[in-house]
Design a protein around this ligand. Structure first.
Ligand code: FDA
Length: 304
């Protein structure tokens, strides 16, 4: 209850206060920060997926700017020899303004990624984007079969049927579907999304089993120990080879669990966001943090 109240107050709090709690979740505001953090993670045998923060733009010229910024990020990461790939939110490329233009701009990014032999993950945003983001993924996959993947959300009731229909049409030996599976972070209505915590967990394991059984490459994106253990059981039960999955976590969240997964010999990739447009992303992270309310109250009352 207190968590929810404080979460609603975040937009009205001084930005400097919100920054205090936000900074653990992002590499920093500059590209140099993202390179530095990524190299630190690489040194611990951890891969990265880099995200230039930004979402839900209102003008298409912002999308063009974001595309140029991404190209710059990709060149720099390649020049620095960082081991990792890239994630992006299509709403920051104008998905909700001009779908065709968005496709062209993301395609330009993929051409650059392809030239370096890297990979692009399309993040999944709220439900107004789901159909559009699936369509964008499938269209890009036609041209870059092994260079692009999508995120699917376990809490969405449609995910099972989306998986089945994509498997029927777009999956083959040389052109595997590639998904990151997460619980889902946006607030959706109960008509379209499961809201109960245990139900979302069960859906997650059901979809994960389906993906692993059908040879779909999966990024197992969670900090939930119950799901991590469930995934490890599934991997050994189905005898899934290491080139068919990886674990993924967000920068700044559950590093001890992360390190234990690496120590057990699994591939781990950390989502490293950076940039000046951090408020939306960090607000979602702060809301997920069980200790958030007490920490913020302490900062307000104790530190003034
Ligand atoms: P859960 O929220 O139950 O967390 C499990 C435990 O982890 C908590 O009990 C707590 O200990 C710890 N924890 C979790 N979040 C924390 C935080 N912010 N601060 C401190 N501790 C925390 N969603 C989406 O809709 N679209 C997307 O494209 C993506 N992309 C994505 C990429 C990656 C790599 C990850 C890991 C996650 C996403 N997500 C996402 C977010 C995802 O949907 C989900 O909201 C979060 O991962 C939290 O869910 P968990 O499975 O971690 O469980």
């Amino acid at each position: 209850m207190l968590n929810r109240m404080i979460a609603q107050m975040l937009p009205y709090m001084p930005k400097r206060l919100v920054w205090l709690f936000s900074k653990r979740y992002i590499a920093g505001e500059q590209l140099d920060d993202a390179v530095f953090v990524s190299k630190e993670l690489n040194a611990k045998s951890i891969l990265v997926t880099v995200d230039l923060l930004g979402e839900f733009i209102t003008r298409i010229d912002q999308a063009v700017q974001n595309k140029n910024d991404y190209l710059n990020v990709i060149d720099r990461f390649y020049a620095e020899g960082v081991r990792g790939n890239f994630s992006l939110k299509p709403s920051s490329f104008g998905l909700l303004i001009d779908e065709e233009r968005c496709f062209e701009l993301v395609r330009e990014v993929l051409v650059r990624i392809d030239s370096y032999g890297s990979f692009l993950r399309i993040d999944m945003e709220d439900s107004q984007c789901t159909d559009r983001e699936i369509a964008l993924y499938l269209r890009l996959k036609e041209q870059f079969p092994n260079r692009v993947g999508l995120v699917l959300q376990a809490y969405m009731k449609r995910t099972g049927s989306d998986l089945e229909s994509m498997l029927a049409t777009y999956h083959s030996e040389g052109k595997r579907l590639n998904f990151r599976l997460c619980k889902g972070i946006y607030i959706e209505s109960p008509e379209i999304a499961y809201r109960d915590y245990e139900q979302v967990r069960m859906q997650y394991l059901k979809h994960l089993r389906f993906m692993l059984e059908h040879g779909i490459y999966v990024g197992i994106a969670t900090h939930d120990r119950f799901l991590v253990e469930g995934a490890q059981k599934l991997i050994s039960e189905l005898n899934v080879s290491k080139d068919r999955y990886e674990f993924q976590m967000l920068y700044g969240v559950t590093p001890a669990l992360r390190d234990s997964i690496v120590a057990a010999g699994h591939t781990m990739r950390i989502y490293v966001p950076f940039g000046q447009d951090w408020f939306g992303y960090c607000s979602r992270r702060i809301k997920e943090n069980p200790k958030m309310a007490t920490d913020i109250v302490k900062a307000l009352v104790v530190r003034g």
